[in-house]
Design a protein around this ligand. Structure first.
Ligand SMILES: Cc1cc2nc3c(=O)[nH]c(=O)nc-3n(C[C@H](O)[C@H](O)[C@H](O)COP(=O)(O)OP(=O)(O)OC[C@H]3O[C@@H](n4cnc5c(N)ncnc54)[C@H](O)[C@@H]3O)c2cc1C
Ligand code: SF4
Ligand code: SF4
Ligand code: SF4
Length: 368
């Protein structure tokens, strides 16, 4: 197999696909791994893909100079996954005349778009706990930067690192990376929601969490009763189903690839605020500070040690649970997603099944 980076270690960031002048690269997703495979009959050995790939370059990481936490106004906060920093920074950049590139869900896909209109922000809000697909966005950002316009990119750290390689660290590019636990293949999400009776491609919207409650919801309801954890969310939170590369992720540390980093302030001393969502914001560079200066946001200092203690992805990559191997064997054999998670975590699943039955029979109030 002729792959752009080490076999089974591809992050699916798609930068190599965007840069290849011969359309010689296809990214193959077998759910457990991704591989960017080169069609040698088309390849002209220009080496551009190898050079761009974040896996083939030592990461350029910077230690945060500022550790902040905070939240936006009530409206912003209630519609965001955490404190709403993502939403507010997009607004600030657009109001200052820049463009934003971020991830949205549409017709079953988690794709990226470049936009200039503040009215479109709602399309891009919210954490999508799945591998997003940035194909095409690197090219679009590069051409937008050539016009002299400022562009803000928000994405996973591996995507930010490849983008920086792609545009050669352009002065008008501003980047924000998310603290990242790991991401599963979208095929697993499709399989899971299908077993709950939904087709991902037909969903108008999908939500993975609301503040500190993690569960998949679509409009108008959740795929399971409120207060119950669906099997996809359980597998995601336990780190069972990420692609192989995520367990050795080079970005799971305090030093970061973006100008800013955002996540959840799980270590906050303002514990009563957590259910409403508190963003953790790390600032690494002057450009990061420029973004902060543009914003209208309730910032507070946060204790670095507690933030790191409470957010394992600032210490090391997710540990692969011992049940993972068998889970993917089950997937390869075509077994049901739900029963494979049940085999991995029988007690947790039984607990959720009982809770679901009690809520359905009105014997448990569920959680608001
Ligand atoms: C796969 C994944 C794992 C995460 N793991 C952690 C963790 O372990 N610890 C932690 O503190 N935080 C984690 N986060 C970040 C957290 O869930 C919130 O996204 C973050 O706190 C920002 O919330 P917000 O309210 O500021 O912004 P929001 O309005 O929720 O916006 C977040 C921004 O992130 C973008 N985004 C969302 N999902 C994706 C995706 N899959 N790919 C690319 N861009 C995306 C959106 O387009 C939006 O621009 C993770 C996020 C993802 C997507
Ligand atoms: S070496 Fe060049 S032509 Fe060959 S796959 Fe990579 S980018 Fe495409
Ligand atoms: S550039 Fe991204 S998609 Fe291509 S091989 Fe590297 S990690 Fe995989
Ligand atoms: S864990 Fe690392 S490699 Fe995996 S999606 Fe997150 S940033 Fe990318």
């Amino acid at each position: 197999m002729n792959t752009v980076c080490d076999v089974n270690m591809c992050a699916g960031c798609m930068a190599c696909v965007d840069i290849c002048p011969r359309r010689a690269i296809s990214v193959v997703d077998d759910m457990e791994h991704m591989n960017a495979i080169i069609d040698l009959s088309l390849c002209i050995n220009c080496n551009a893909c190898h050079k761009i790939c974040q896996n083939n370059n030592p990461p350029i990481l910077k230690k945060p100079k500022k550790w902040l936490q905070g939240w936006g106004d009530e409206q912003t906060r209630s519609t965001s996954s955490s404190g709403g920093f993502g939403q507010e920074v997009m607004r600030a950049v657009l109001r200052s005349g820049g463009s934003v590139a971020a991830c949205k869900f549409e017709s079953g896909e988690f794709k990226f778009e470049l936009f200039d209109d503040e009215l479109r922000i709602a399309e891009f809000i919210g954490s999508k706990y799945v591998k997003s697909n940035p194909v095409g966005i690197y090219k679009s950002i590069k051409s937008r930067l050539k016009t002299g316009k400022k562009v803000l990119f928000i994405g996973l750290p591996c995507q930010v690192a490849s983008l920086r390689n792609y545009v050669n660290d352009n002065a008008n590019l501003y980047t924000i990376d998310l603290i990242c636990h790991g991401s599963p293949s979208v095929k697993l999400l499709q399989k899971a929601v299908d077993e709950y009776g939904y087709a991902l491609s037909k969903m108008n919207a999908i939500y993975f969490r609301s503040s500190d409650k993690f569960a998949i919801e679509t409009q108008p309801l959740g795929i399971v009763p409120k207060g119950v954890q669906d099997r996809y969310t359980m597998a995601f939170l336990k780190g069972l189903c990420y692609t192989e590369n995520c367990y050795t992720c080079q970005y799971a540390q305090v030093a970061r690839t973006g100008d800013l980093t955002i996540g959840d302030s799980w270590g906050t001393e303002m514990t009563s605020e957590l259910p409403k969502g508190v963003s953790l914001v790390l600032c690494q560079t002057k450009k990061g500070q420029e973004l902060l200066d543009l914003m209208d946001f309730n910032f507070f200092n946060v204790q670095k040690e507690e933030s790191v203690n409470q957010n394992k992805q600032l210490q090391h990559p997710a540990n692969a649970p011992r049940e993972r191997k068998r889970f993917f064997e089950d997937m390869r054999k075509g077994k049901k997603f739900k029963s494979a998670v049940m085999r991995a975590y029988p007690k947790d699943c039984m607990k959720q099944n009982i809770k679901s039955a009690l809520i359905t029979m009105n014997l448990w109030g569920g959680e608001k």
